[in-house]
Design a binder for this molecule. Structure first.
Ligand code: 5GP
Ligand code: MN
Length: 338
């Protein structure tokens, strides 16, 4: 993988419009959708033909993002998407480190002849899969890195209020609204710049955080009341969501997002884990405060990864089995968590 600065040269020397495909991890979150759409608007302004393809659907609270209406869901557009991926000159991969995070899109991307560019902040990227790229785990978000990409390639003037709102979305969601340690001085400097360029940050907060349905809020209440277990000796809290709850409350994609953060809001809790009984797998989300490394934990025990303080994983085991395994594995972390 060559340095992204070498790609800047290619970008700026290219005179003819390129066919560009931009993608992100499956079930895209605010950072994945925000960063791909920011890059979309930027490359359109440079005159390229750009298609954003998400490996799966996404939460409805991201639909307001400028450009979201033109994003394809690979699972619903496989034929068109495969042709677009095959014909692409450039493929940008944003907010994921390993190709399998694009789920059923992985074979099409691997086989594509395009120049592949990675922009990401997850640990241990699959560097052999990309021609150019940048991977900085210390970065708050991929959105911050897309801002750096636009400015670094000499195009600060292309950032307008709509593009700024895409960038702000990922900065805000991936930093837990600017509270995680990843919120550096540069994050605030980027936001100051976006504000000067006309960003309406209150609107972004409203779109993302004040768009609950009544059912989603009742699902949250039910989960906190009935599905949470606090393991004080381990400073750990766990939430187990059975499939029946998802059906009862008619949960939609995104409705379970953020649940895990409530666990860490309990005084003294350093490790929060939630497992959700999805059709195809039991999906884990892990969050920690301080030194406890959930990326390592997810990699070692639950077939996953992510960042030091936020990671995920999955297993084909049943809900009961995987929770039993979690509790067994936890025994070995007593000293690390106390
Ligand atoms: P979440 O818990 O929000 O799904 O994910 C937290 C972080 O871990 C995100 O940065 C996400 O990209 C990463 N992550 C979640 N699930 C997996 C997984 O199964 N494998 C890997 N490698 N990373 C994951
Ligand atoms: Mn991210």
């Amino acid at each position: 993988m060559k340095a992204i600065s070498e790609f800047y040269t290619l970008l700026n020397e290219t005179k003819k419009p390129k066919k560009v495909m931009i993608t992100m991890h499956q079930k895209p979150d605010g950072d994945a959708m925000g960063s791909t759409l920011a890059l979309y608007h930027f490359l359109i302004k440079l005159g390229h033909h750009v298609q954003v393809i998400s490996p799966t659907n996404w939460a409805p609270f991201l639909d307001w993002l400028p450009g979201a209406e033109q994003v394809w869901d690979y699972e619903k557009t496989k034929l068109f998407s495969d042709a677009t991926i095959k014909a692409a000159d450039w493929i940008f991969c944003l907010d994921f480190n390993v190709l399998y995070r694009t789920k059923s899109m992985e074979p099409a991307i691997s086989q594509a002849g395009a120049v592949k560019i990675l922009i990401d902040h997850h640990e241990q990227p699959q560097v052999a899969a990309f021609d150019y790229g940048i991977s900085i785990p210390e970065k708050s978000s991929t959105c911050e890195m897309v801002y750096d990409f636009i400015v670094g390639s000499g195009h600060h003037d292309k950032i307008d209020p709509l593009l700024a709102s895409c960038i702000y979305t990922g900065l805000m969601t991936d930093t837990g609204s600017f509270r995680f340690p990843s919120t550096t001085a540069s994050v605030h400097a980027v936001i100051a710049d976006l504000k000067n360029l006309g960003l309406d940050h209150s609107k972004v907060h409203e779109h993302i955080y004040d768009s609950n349905s009544e059912e989603r809020l009742r699902f949250l209440g039910h989960s906190l009341l009935k599905r949470m277990e606090v393991l004080y000796e381990y400073n750990t809290a766990i939430m187990t969501i059975p499939k029946a709850d998802l059906l009862t409350f008619h949960t939609k994609t995104g409705d379970t997002e953020g649940l895990v953060n409530y666990l860490l809001s309990i005084d003294g809790i350093k490790f929060g884990a939630i497992v959700i009984d999805r059709d195809e797998e039991r999906k884990w989300s892990f969050r920690s405060k301080g030194d406890f490394d959930v990326n390592q934990f997810a990699r070692q025990h639950f077939n996953g990864g992510g960042h030091k303080n936020a990671a995920g994983g999955n297993t084909p085991d049943s809900l009961t089995e995987t929770v039993q395994k979690f509790k067994k594995v936890l025994l070995d972390y007593k000293s690390a968590l106390s």
